[in-house]
Write a protein that binds this ligand. Sequence first.
Ligand code: FAD
Length: 478
Amino acid sequence: MARIVVLGGAMTGLATAALLGRDGHDVTVLERDVAEPKGDADELWRTWERPGVSQFRLPHIMLGAWNKVMEEDLPEVLDEVVRLGCSHVNTIATQPDTLTGGTRPGDEELRNLIGRRPVVEAALATVAARTPGVTIRRGTKAESLVATAGADGVPQVGGVVTQDGEVLTADLVVDAMGRNTTLDRMLDAIGATGPEVQAEDLGFVYYCRHFRNNEPRTMPVVGAVIPYEGMTLLVIPADADTYCLVFSVASNDHEMRDLREIDAWERALALFPNFSPVRAVSTPITDIQVMNGGGDRRRSLLVDGAPVVTGLVAVGDSAVRTNPLLGRGASTGLVQARTLRDVLREVAPDRPDVLALRFGEAVDATVGPMYRFTLDQDQHRMAEVQAEIAGRPYPPAGAGWRLQRALQMMFSQDPDALRALFRAAHRIEAFDTGTLPDTLRAKIEELEVDRPVYPPGGPTRTQLLAAVAGRPAQSAPA
Ligand SMILES: Cc1cc2nc3c(=O)[nH]c(=O)nc-3n(C[C@H](O)[C@H](O)[C@H](O)COP(=O)(O)OP(=O)(O)OC[C@H]3O[C@@H](n4cnc5c(N)ncnc54)[C@H](O)[C@@H]3O)c2cc1C
């Protein structure tokens, strides 16, 4: 069994440690933040300081794909989150039979775990810390890598140096340092070529406010991503009757920047009448939290099919970052962690070149298709939003986007369309025309899909801009 050092002890690093520890590996997690998780859900939310994770107190939901892997491989994590007060909501079971056509096999996979991020991460930390062979060292920052020249002169990593100069030797180092990983600097210092990077310039900015619902039955939906003209509204329920409402706008949409002000944010929310009843009985538990989610980004340590480094792999946001709006990040990290465990069952770290290649290929098989699907969705949604900001139409520019719109038009009339959308939303599988039943495909071919499908009665961009600016709607520019 191998000595493995994991850099970063958050959602992906902790899951990686727990999975590898169970397989008998000796795993040390280095986490630069000092604080330990302690207390109940509300104490974790209030007091756990995690400066290393900027989105720590922003809304998170764990999708079907995350729950499925946890159920199969780390069921104690689900026990622990439930003990802390989180719960599961099946997104099909909460819809009326008229919409779903009744229960079908596979529906059980379409469930969200609702809980605040500090609570979910604390559960993971508890389970990882209990796993024999796993040591979590908080307050220990990884500073650099130790490497020798491997095959063909490609650096082979054999350990890590901490900020105090301590050297930890390892058969394998796993970078789980998240979206702001310093891996490139570390690779440069050992003479390795940087990873191959695919990155989008524009992303979405999130204006979030958390509430406690004093009358939980007033919640209009159990969680949703609802697109409107030029922006998207997110409703993210959590544990202890808390929930978060989020306006997500393009990062270059300067006219929406005043959403950071509480009054402007609340004026904008008042344009969504579905939320007035729940807002009226809710107490805010935060001010407006603002975060730029960044664009989708994928970094591969295989360049032109060959590893740029061996003895090291990257997982989680460091390797694959997707639009937070879709809530796929933790699931994608978990799938990578499980892929690493599976590859290590076949290839030991004493064959570093084979391991690097095999892991790169395996991750492309397990994560690549959903990443490419997400990228396609995001690029089209961003183009649509940019067109709406500029006041021009955005006709479906590709088959994938046309299909997405068609499914949105059909979901309230066709249970297959509903499930195709939900299965993708839960990151279970991407859809394409080939995976849909013939009857649904035939209906879609007949549809005229020439404009976005927004909920009826929602505000236009002009109305939203007027609300944000505090102007009467009629004086807003056309
Ligand atoms: C606004 C927002 C909302 C989101 N909502 C969702 C959601 O609903 N569902 C979902 O699944 N995902 C969501 N995500 C994505 C999710 O937060 C990430 O995918 C997830 O946190 C990635 O986990 P990670 O462990 O890879 O990285 P991180 O959570 O970023 O953790 C990296 C860890 O590495 C540590 N670290 C960094 N450098 C060092 C070092 N040198 N030495 C030691 N430790 C180090 C950090 O302190 C940190 O603990 C959201 C993201 C954002 C921005």
